[in-house]
Design a protein around this ligand. Structure first.
Ligand code: HEC
Length: 399
């Protein structure tokens, strides 16, 4: 009996030591943790999700990887070399050192740190109105043609270059932050809006003699999209009235004053999948486009597979039409008639087509592997004499 108990204690002890070894091997120092969090945000979250629940890339939570019997070496091999199935090889391409790949392999085996929520008050704290509306020019202060201005994101410099397309001159460079994802032009053409992957939005006034930042706010901790209200008609004049930001984290969108970026209203996009009706905490807003024919912003809720028509004409009684389409929605844009919105459901190899007039899905098109259309491109085919939209495939090589 005594021997049996002794043996049991020994076994437990050895197992305990092994478990301890495992924990020590994975344990990250505070410094490693903050470095890994930053790399994860920059390099992984876009595809695998902030909570690692998966989107374009599969779920890579600690529990999932454990269930697959993955260890640090296996995961390191994925991160270093990538796969033909869409996982980039970060060491192979020189984007990461072998040590960083090792750190990331350990990081994904510990539970994901959950980033904080963000309320309207949190956003207001970061809101800077550099130049109030009444201190801005009342007419363009230069003779340039703003219709032909180009905004170019100088990503690593953290700036936007404003270029005059007529004269090819550099008109101004404006600080917009290091993680800028896109620039959008306002409905009137007067402003550029930038949105960073860190959720920072900047408003640039193109009427100034030297276009400059007039307002900024950090709306979320991770974002991809911004657009501005573009409707002017019987229901009111909303040109440049509201800006809307679509967040990856927290999963929500924010309606802001279009001329000052003052945050006005937050709406959660956490929801249920359109087909199986399962709850998705990380149901993120990916692409967004403003309607010209109705006072609406059309946005997609990526993981849930919905396209939402958000009617901004009455913020107190906000109307949202939720159109069932397909998962996981990524980017997209208008067809040539500006009536149909085409968005990629990249994991199902489809493009979904929604009619902005009836607010219903009208078609789904089978595509090649992982469509990634950007805003979409259209041209008129000389033989068919009709507009043809384009969408490149991320998962296929052109031969
Ligand atoms: C461009 C999108 C993309 C990015 C960015 C990306 N991944 Fe992946 N990842 C994928 C895809 C797609 C797969 C599935 C590959 C396959 O099956 O061939 C994958 C697979 C993996 C796997 C294996 C999962 C499994 O179940 O087999 C791990 C681990 C992983 N990624 C970790 C990471 C880490 C860590 C980063 C950041 C350093 C990262 N990924 C960045 C798309 C991405």
């Amino acid at each position: 009996m005594l021997i049996k108990r002794w043996f049991k204690t020994m076994v437990m002890g050895v197992l305990g030591l092994l478990a301890l070894d495992f924990a020590i091997a994975l344990a990250l120092t505070d410094e490693e943790m903050s470095k890994a969090k930053k790399i994860y945000f920059d390099r992984c979250a876009g595809c695998h999700g902030t909570l690692r629940k998966g989107a374009t890339g599969p779920e890579i939570t600690d529990t999932k990887l454990k269930a697959k019997n993955y260890n640090t070496d296996i995961i390191k091999a994925f991160i270093s070399n990538g796969t033909g199935g869409g996982m980039p090889g970060f060491v192979k391409t020189g984007l990461m050192t072998a040590d960083e790949a090792d750190l990331m392999a350990r990081f994904v085996q510990v539970p994901p740190p959950i980033p904080p929520e963000r309320s309207l008050a949190d956003m207001e704290e970061t809101w800077k109105l550099v130049t109030p509306v009444d201190k801005r020019p009342t007419k363009p202060m230069h003779k340039r043609n703003i219709e032909n201005f180009f905004g170019v994101v100088l990503r690593d410099a953290g700036k936007a270059a404003i270029i005059d397309g007529d004269t090819k001159e550099l008109v101004s460079t404006v600080d917009i932050g290091f993680a800028t994802h896109i620039l959008r032009v306002s409905a009137t053409g007067r402003y550029f809006y930038s949105i960073g992957r860190d959720g920072r939005a900047v408003l640039i006034d193109l009427w100034m003699e030297k276009p400059a930042k007039v307002a900024e706010v950090q709306a979320c901790t991770e974002a991809r999209s911004i657009d501005v209200s573009k409707y002017n008609g019987p229901k009111g004049n909303f040109l440049d009235k509201y800006a809307v930001i679509g967040c990856y984290w927290p999963p929500q969108f924010i309606i802001l004053d279009g001329k000052t970026l003052k945050p006005l209203k937050v709406v959660s996009s956490r929801s249920f999948t359109y087909d199986t009706n399962e709850f998705v905490n990380e149901a993120r807003v990916a692409a967004m486009i403003a309607s010209h024919k109705d006072p609406e912003i059309i946005l997609n809720v990526k993981e849930a597979g919905y396209i939402w028509f958000v009617d901004y004409s009455d913020l107190k009684n906000l109307k949202i039409t939720q159109v069932e389409t397909e998962r996981f929605l990524h980017d997209g844009g208008w067809d040539a008639t500006k009536r149909y919105v085409m968005m990629a459901a990249n994991m199902r190899n489809k493009m979904v087509i929604v009619d902005s007039q009836t607010k219903k899905q009208v078609a789904q098109i089978e595509t090649g592997i992982k469509p990634h259309p950007g805003r979409g491109g259209n041209w008129t085919d000389p033989k068919l004499s009709r507009p043809i939209p384009k969408a490149p495939m991320c998962g296929q090589t052109i031969h």
